[in-house]
Design a protein around this ligand. Structure first.
Ligand SMILES: [Zn+2]
Length: 292
């Protein structure tokens, strides 16, 4: 059956990509994959969507790389802490019941534990012992939470929606476990970002990957949230990289590791440019804070 847009319901779309996509760090698919874009709301998605990479432990490559959870934390800790500090500019977690969906090793709830009244993680059972050992509750599915009738004042779902095969159902379920005054905090990669605008193909060939079913942008996210009767309390751009990183990418036309970034601009100048990228919603990610 012809694709029907999960955002606006239209069947009118075009193929925007028919080429290899990324399946790992600098590893590409053997076969060409198609990506399609809705002609109305611009929502981009993999033509052949897959469920396998909804499991974040697989998406995080924990099995393939033989990375232990601890090594994973060591690598991601500074990045994750930076994200939660950014989020804290807009939301107060004090005495809140907090759920981190897609929690992995629970870096965010570990950070929030001292302030929040109750912390819980939701993820693959692989993480259960690890999360519980750190003093949090653990759930292996949303159904598990629904059965226990637990509700949360704040739900964090970062870098998760784009992996879902059914993002609408996922959002509906999150709404059910949100307390009446609760906030849902979503961080979603932004398809309409400055890297894509400046680099086009040289960005997309690294950005299109088998683990993302969807590539959202502000327009279609606003429609989706409005249709699901969420109120948008706050939406802001969130850029994961420095402006120097962008300049290095533009110069080399390749993904650059942070440690290899040459600095063309000083910190203050860089910060101002990144702020402007975020203000204009052309950042690598978007942060939405929603209410029922
Ligand atoms: Zn659409």
């Amino acid at each position: 059956m012809k694709y029907r847009c999960i955002c606006c319901g239209l069947r009118n779309h075009k193929v925007i990509w028919n080429d290899k996509i990324r399946v790992g760090k600098n590893i590409f698919s053997k076969n060409k994959q198609k990506l399609i874009a809705c002609n109305s709301c611009g929502l981009v998605s993999l033509k052949k969507k897959t469920k396998i990479l909804e499991d974040s432990s697989i998406a995080r490559n924990l099995y393939n790389n033989n990375n232990s959870i601890k090594e994973f934390i060591k690598f991601h800790y500074p990045r994750e802490i930076k994200k939660i500090r950014f989020i804290e500019k807009y939301i107060n977690f004090k005495n809140k019941k907090v759920l981190e969906s897609n929690c992995g090793s629970g870096i965010l709830i570990n950070y929030l534990k001292k302030k929040s009244s109750y912390t819980a993680g939701l993820d693959n059972k692989l993480y259960e012992n690890f999360i519980k050992k750190n003093g949090h509750s653990f759930y292996s599915s949303i159904n598990d939470i629904l059965t226990k009738k637990t509700k949360f004042d704040a739900i964090l779902s970062l870098s998760e929606l784009e992996h879902k095969i059914n993002p609408i159902l996922f959002l509906k379920n999150l709404k059910k476990i949100l307390s009446s005054n609760g906030k849902l905090i979503l961080r979603i990669p932004n398809y309409n970002n400055i890297y894509k605008f400046l680099l086009g193909y040289d960005f997309l060939k690294y950005d299109f990957r088998n683990s993302h079913n969807y590539y959202f942008s502000e327009k279609n996210l606003d429609i989706i949230f409005s249709k699901l009767n969420f109120k948008i309390i706050k939406k802001v751009g969130m850029n994961e990289y420095s402006f120097n990183h962008l300049l290095n990418y533009v110069k080399t036309k390749k993904r650059v590791d942070n440690k290899d970034v040459l600095n063309f601009l000083n910190k203050k100048r860089d910060y101002n440019l990144v702020s402007n990228i975020e203000k204009n919603m052309i950042s690598t990610s978007l942060l939405y804070i929603l209410k029922k």
